[in-house]
Design a protein around this ligand. Sequence first.
Ligand code: ATP
Length: 438
Amino acid sequence: MDLSNIGNLMRKTQASIVEKGYLFKNSDLVIDAVGSDGIRVMMESALTARDRVGVQDFVLLENHTSEVAFIENLRKRFKENLIYTYIGSVLVSVNPYKELEIYTKQHMERYRGVNFYEVSPHIYAVADNAYRSMRTERRDQCILISGESGAGKTEASKKVLQYYAVTCPASEHVQTVKDRLLQSNPVLEAFGNAKTLRNDNSSRFGKYMDIQFDFRGAPVGGHIINYLLEKSRVVHQSHGERNFHIFYQLIEGGEEDLLRRLGLERNAQQYQFLVKGNCPKVSSINDRNDWKIVRKALSVIGFTDDDVEELLNIIASVLHLGNVQYGGEDSGTSYITTETQIKYLARLLGVDGTVLKEALTHKKIIAKGEELMSPLNQEQAASARDALSKAIYGRTFTWLVNKINDSLAFKDDSFNSKNASVIGLLDIYGFEVFQNNR
Ligand SMILES: Nc1ncnc2c1ncn2[C@@H]1O[C@H](COP(=O)(O)OP(=O)(O)OP(=O)(O)O)[C@@H](O)[C@H]1O
């Protein structure tokens, strides 16, 4: 072998070894390619490379049962901006908290149709592997994403969706489905995410999303199941946290005449349900911009102007409910001191103001077939108000998800959805332990 070429060949091979993560597992291949003269230098280079970037699959670690070795390998890779590592077919991801140039179309192409271990670990490899297994084995697949709050689960599930949106076959109809699938994210995040101490955009609900594919492997529909929305956040937030994003987006971004119609002021500090966490501004969040994104997304998903109006009426009514105040502290019988709120509430919710007032200050008892109204004291009335606010918000969220599902459902009669192949995406929020878990 011409020794002058060894350097070049080595550099090339080493890059490929590092990229593919073969290192010493497949070092025989490398030694064959380099020839006996290059073996020693080659081995040293590969060793140095492994020292620097770690191994791309934890099963290749010499001491793979050691937690210390595991963490050390993650640390090495993270330092080199390698946030993904495999444990066999499981992908471990470390949140980089910065934009990495690893989600471009070129990257997607690199992972398309390529075997899991031929390219460096990536969320796209997992997405592609599930897709190919679905097509070749004709079996439904599921990608389960779990981790503690702020680990990057929601971002990972968005990357998977983007991967399918770009790489799967498309037609006009399929493009609409892809757009709707992608646009459902900002809407769900506006209504179901909030700033917490750990994550400025924390999902406060669990989400399971089915993506349906036809026989050509094109995404033709989807379905979302939501569960465990953290409704208590509507009425109370811990210090440094916020309510659901949509409230701030509406107040910051809502047009003047819209706010006037809803009886709202452009000042979040005016609303009892938005001041509990004492966190009016978050540097990483632009509520005004996000409002525009959500409004656009709602129309892409197929919400009519009437749907949006109804939705916003209800969101505004929750804010008005929070400002309902009671008198009658010592008497044991509460009464409402904020008539303006009741006026707005009656109009926005389409209910009779007198009936609403009674509902907010009394409880109904049915005894021996007879209905009796019993007055609530101030504290009980405040709890009734909060319970109503949570119930309204919770049902609105379910309504929203149902509307999104209607728009994602495949409506062609000739297509039998029972024959569709499905990739499920489960993004379940991380465990948290609070002083008070609610
Ligand atoms: N791959 C990534 N590249 C760059 N930044 C990321 C990536 N993944 C996550 N982040 C950053 O971390 C933040 C938190 O991520 P994400 O919301 O996905 O966490 P999560 O695990 O879904 O948390 P929660 O359970 O609270 O909803 C994101 O808003 C984003 O700023």
